[in-house]
Structures are given as structure tokens and as C-alpha cells.
Write a protein that binds this ligand. Sequence first.
Ligand SMILES: Cc1ncc(C[n+]2csc(CCOP(=O)(O)OP(=O)(O)O)c2C)c(N)n1
Length: 249
Amino acid sequence: MATKIVFDKPKSMKEVPMHYCPGCGHGVIHRLICEVIDELGIREKAIGVAPVGCAVLAYDYWDFDVSEAAHGRAAAVATGIKRVWPDRLVVCYQGDGDLASIGMGETIHAANRGENITVIFVNNANYGMTGGQMAPTTLVGQKTPTTPQGRDPATMGFPLRVAEMLAGFPAVRYVVRTTVADFKGIIQTKMAIKKAFDLQMKGEGYTFVEILSNCNTNWEMSPGEANRFILETMVQTFPLGTFKDERVV
Ligand SMILES: Cc1ncc(C[n+]2csc(CCOP(=O)(O)OP(=O)(O)O)c2C)c(N)n1
């Protein structure tokens, strides 16, 4: 009897082991992007823009075209690529240090221009790759190597809610925040990525998918504890949901 394959690796994903810490959300999100690209049948049109951060090697895992961008510059690189090849799917993949700190200028202006790109924003509340330092998204009171007493808003400001901020821009088409901390969240994240890619391929404008993801190593938790921390604590600062889904201009 022939073997029936019921679960397989997406074609857009390479057959190589990933370097991520066990339990990290980056690998799950990489896979969801690949599944959606396969399902939409747009692998030959897809161009990723990889970040600086833990996901710097995304091009080693995705089997479609990928450009690397300098730290924070992904939205500017994606703008150039998309304007030259408007029929392509152009996807930025960025962490919170990359997108909301060094790259905040590029992020805001690409969104405000309504560039027809998709930005996948992986919010793990710290600078994962460099050792877990405070990021703009670090929670109030959260301890990191640079906030050993916990983040104090009096001197360090409050966590930046990027999704809520971009949703206020008229040229932005779709803004959502999901998580990969549980099965429900993973399914909702995939649906959000699919919707964003679909809107981009229809020329609808700028789409933004923020995904709450754990950094269990730097949070000094087990993967299970870290995912529970997202569902019980992180969502209080970063509520899940759709913040914009309409074409204004
Ligand atoms: C111009 C520049 N400044 C600083 C760095 C050092 N650096 C590398 S990764 C990183 C932080 C990445 O954090 P984040 O974007 O949150 O992604 P994560 O690693 O958590 O996925 C920094 C500051 C760099 N590579 N280039």
C-alpha cells in the first residue's frame, strides 16, 4: 500500500536545521510564511528582506529570493525592491530592536507612504541576538541586562505599541497583532499572514503583522513558561487583535 503523506515541509522551506534556541517562535513564523507562500502559489514571485537580529540567517531557511538589509533598514530596502518589481510579493521580517529602535524612521515613513509591502514584526520584548537588552517593546518592570531593576518608565519610557501607532496612518491598509504562543495563535497568525500577502498581491497597500513571540533563553524561562508569560502578561501591554482593516486612501 502506498504511503500517504499527511504532513510535510513547505516547498518554500529549505531542508536544513535551524540555529534558533529550542522553543523560540522564529522557526514557527518562518514556516508559516513558507506555508502561505506555497498555498498562494507565489514562490517564484516572493522576495524576503531579512533583518539583523536572531533571524539574520532567514535566507538560509527560505527557499525563495531574499535580500539582507542593514540593521533597521528593511523597509527602505523593501521599498526599493517593490517599486522596481511591483508584481512581486515583498516581505520584511524584523525584530523589535531592528524595527522599533534603529529602524523606526524607515518603519514610520514606509507605512506613512503606504508602500505596498508586508512587514512581519516579531515582538519578543528584547534584543534577542545580542543578549536580551531592553528594546522599545520591553515591558514595564521587565528585567533585562540593561534594566537590571526592571524597566522604569520614568527614565526609560513606556513600551512602544507599534501596531496601534501605525494603524493611525491613513495610507496603512491592514494592521494586526497575533501570537505564536499557542495553537490558536499560530492558526490566527497564519490567517493574518495570508490576508496580508493576499492584500499586497492585490495592490491594496501597506500591511503589518505584529507577532508576539517568546525569547525563552533571555527571559530565563522554559519554553512553556515563556509562552504562558506571553498569554498571561505580555498581552496586557500588547493586546491581540486587528487594529485596522480598511482602505482609506
Ligand atoms: C548598525 C548596527 N547596530 C547594532 C548592531 C548589533 N545588533 C545585532 S542584532 C541586534 C538586536 C536585534 O534585536 P531584535 O531586532 O529585537 O531581534 P531578535 O534578535 O530579538 O530577533 C543588534 C543591536 C548591528 N548589527 N548593526
